[in-house]
Design a protein around this ligand. Structure first.
Ligand code: TMP
Ligand code: ASP
Length: 246
């Protein structure tokens, strides 16, 4: 970045910089990829830019559908401007189809459709390896009030309804995804972080047989190769669809 904005925070996939306006931040999407709490690390040229574009389109869509989000606009190929928030240290995972840790930790078979969306909440704490957490433990730790937890769960279910239909339109199955929320300066709860193939599982519905073709970070997690090609395909389908409905 040309101007010297102050680095406020660096995560595994993004950097957060100060903005001239105290209630705003600049978020840069990095090319770094990590999995299994950064036990596995790599870098993919162009990933930051693709995730920035994909996430921005999705946040615009959610905003139009009355989901309150931190997103204010795209700044450059791999940076956005967002409202400054205090992140709530929870990772809200919603699953439509069983896969990943749900299948490792239960006897449910991979690919099983779930009768209703399953919400799994994890404590966002790298040192503790983001453990699965209960509502009672969240209350005990005073992470947030129960009415706010209910609001976050309700928003997550609404996001799922919007995104499931959106992705089906571009021949992608939304298997599961992870959301993060925060409070802005007015203490309003906003959807934050990103929504991209880094934190969603998206399966290609263009396949003729039942084989699972992951177009998301499982390509890296499971050493499948072709991560940038997969993210590029998601970006292309989103752009083609958005242009077709203009
Ligand atoms: P899981 O099956 O590994 O629990 O992942 C569920 C979803 O959450 C999947 O779409 C990937 C996403 N996820 C993250 O975004 N960050 C994480 O740290 C983890 C573990 C999962
Ligand atoms: N984001 C997590 C990590 O960096 C895990 C994952 O997405 O699988 O390790």
């Amino acid at each position: 970045m040309k101007k010297n904005f102050e680095l406020i925070y660096e995560g595994k996939a993004k950097k957060v910089f100060s903005h001239d306006h105290a209630d705003k931040v600049i978020i840069e999407f990095k090319d770094d990829a990590t999995a299994f709490n950064a036990l596995k690390k790599s870098k993919f040229d162009g990933k930051g830019e693709l995730n920035c574009q994909i996430s921005s389109r999705i946040f615009e869509l959610l905003g139009k559908n009355n989901i309150p989000t931190h997103f204010l606009g795209i700044k450059s190929e791999k940076t956005i401007i967002a409202q400054k928030i205090r992140i709530i240290p929870l990772e809200i995972v919603l699953r439509n189809t069983a896969y990943g840790s749900l299948c490792r930790q239960t006897t449910i078979k991979p690919g099983t459709p779930l009768e209703k969306p399953l919400i799994d909440i994890y404590l966002k704490n790298d040192e503790l390896n983001d453990p699965l957490i209960t509502k009672d433990r969240i209350e005990l730790m005073k992470i947030l009030e129960s009415k706010d937890l209910e609001l976050i769960i309700d928003l997550t279910l609404k996001v799922n309804k919007i995104l499931k239909i959106f992705f089906e339109n571009i021949q992608l199955k939304l298997v599961d995804f992870k959301l993060e929320f925060g409070y802005n300066a007015k203490n309003e709860i906003l959807l934050a972080d990103e929504i991209s193939p880094d934190n969603c599982r998206l399966w290609d519905l263009k396949q003729k047989n039942d084989t699972i073709v992951s177009l998301d970070k499982d390509r890296f997690r499971n050493d499948l190769g072709g991560l940038i090609e997969a993210y590029g395909e998601i970006n292309k389908r989103i752009n083609d669809f958005m242009n077709s409905i203009k």
